[in-house]
Design a protein around this ligand. Structure first.
Ligand code: ZN
Length: 446
């Protein structure tokens, strides 16, 4: 395979690559500095002079199936617990066909927004959806995205003091057996892995202590990552105090999760001592700025977390609390929210871009992603600044975040172009919207 020189970008989020980067065999093999020429032999150039080049964005928290329940009237104007209670019965009607459409929509939105690696936290398993992860893997392979799919789980329903109804939970033995099955069937190891699996009991109020502990043991045995929601709301604090007699982080420690295999969604309501414990343990946090504002859950103390040694990544969260899957818009939202919290001297657009790339790479345990540097995987997002919203800008990288970039012109995953001229080759978006919309209406109508 000849090498490709992404030549003379308008701007690039990297040091010493002013004249671009050289890609070969799916990896970045050379950075070309100001005044330089590639030293790699047999290079064909791609003219990037109209593009701002970023490392591919990495989404660290999502629930793809929720694209089927966006802006649902029954869930509007509710905080997390009543919001979930309004949605569970609708999600119980998910089918393999509607899940596949929901996943395709979410991943296509992400890819078009410059996202090259995404996680998904799938935790509803009504009867008939036993092979949810298999369905997600199929879509990821078709679209050519890198994924860390989490085998989510819930086994504490209302009758056991939990929040979800019986119709969406499974028993512990079934969950553990399927977790092992999907890791053995799909989890790839190595720098160029396209599909990976993690294990992800949903939350303290939908999972038993026994399942939390046994999942941590299984993740250790299978050498895969662990994910859950934690520190999202004050309601969760109260639930843990009442049911477990401790705060959520103590509960995490008691169940064997306080180590670097774990990344957590939200992390809003930890105190200073708890942040220090998270930092010492090497736990990463997925900051979900849109979702946290929509559900009025609070604001993750991102800078305090980083001071405590916690890596911060960004996540769009599910499409019932965002209600979109646009990673570039998430960068802007996180930038604005954290700047409002910490001030102009503390948070810049470059910090927000760093969270969505290097920080997110730490969450997914993939240091070979999230950075434009020699030896890293060739996952890139290229944006043009040719829309009305960018006209008159002074700094291309700042303009991406401040003017509200929302759609990549080109996206490369492992050296392959997966978005060309703002479209996904081979994807009929009109047909997808028609079929996905019909599936959503059927599910919502019951
Ligand atoms: Zn979530």
């Amino acid at each position: 395979m000849p090498a490709t020189w992404i030549k003379d970008p308008l701007a690039i989020f990297a040091e010493g690559a002013e004249r671009g980067v050289v890609i070969k065999d799916g990896r970045i093999v050379e950075l070309v500095p100001t005044g330089g020429q590639p030293i790699t032999a047999d290079v064909s150039a791609y003219d990037a002079s109209a593009h701002v080049v970023l490392p591919g964005l990495i989404n660290t928290h999502h629930h793809f199936y929720q694209t089927l329940t966006r802006a649902l009237p029954a869930a509007l104007g509710r905080e997390l617990f009543p919001w979930l209670q309004a949605l569970y019965p609708v999600w119980a009607r998910l089918t393999p066909e509607s899940l596949e459409l929901g996943v395709t929509v979410a991943m296509s939105e992400l890819l078009l927004s410059g996202c090259t690696t995404t996680t998904d936290h799938h935790y509803v398993f009504p009867a008939g959806l036993e092979e949810s992860v298999d369905i997600e893997v199929g879509v990821a392979r078709r679209l050519g995205m890198r994924v860390l799919l989490t085998r989510g789980s819930m086994n504490r329903s209302v009758k056991d003091g939990g929040l979800p109804p019986d119709s969406v939970v499974q028993d512990e033995d079934t969950i553990l057996a399927d977790s092992e099955r999907v890791v053995e069937k799909f989890h790839e190891r190595g720098m160029d892995a396209m599909v990976q699996i993690a294990l992800a009991p949903c939350s303290p109020f939908s999972v038993t202590t026994s399942l939390m502990a046994s999942t941590a043991v299984l993740a250790e045995k299978l050498n895969v990552r662990l994910h859950t929601h934690l520190g999202e709301t004050e309601d969760e604090n109260r639930y843990c105090e009442e049911i477990y007699g401790c705060r959520p982080l103590d509960y995490l420690e008691q169940t064997g999760w306080l180590h670097q295999r774990t990344w957590l969604a939200h992390g809003i309501h930890f105190n200073a001592g708890e942040m220090a414990r998270l930092g010492r343990a090497g736990i990463s946090i997925s900051h979900c700025a849109c979702s946290n504002q929509l559900l009025a859950s609070g604001c993750c103390p991102v800078c305090d977390m980083e001071d405590a040694g916690v890596s911060i990544g960004l996540g769009v969260d599910g499409s019932a609390s965002n209600d979109g899957s646009n990673m570039m818009q998430e960068v802007r939202t996180a930038f604005l929210l954290q700047r409002a919290r910490y001030g102009v001297g503390r948070v810049s657009h470059l910090d927000a871009l760093r969270w969505a790339t290097r920080g997110s790479a730490a969450c997914v345990g993939r240091p070979e992603l999230g950075e434009i540097a020699v030896g890293r995987m060739a996952d890139l997002a290229l944006f043009k600044l040719d829309e009305l919203r960018f006209s008159g800008h002074g700094d291309p990288l700042a303009a991406l975040v401040l003017c509200g970039a929302h759609r990549a012109d080109r996206v490369m995953v492992g050296g392959q172009w997966r978005v060309i001229d703002g479209v996904i080759p081979g994807l009929d978006v009109g047909d997808l919207i028609r079929r996905h919309g019909a599936a959503a209406r059927a599910m919502q109508a019951g």
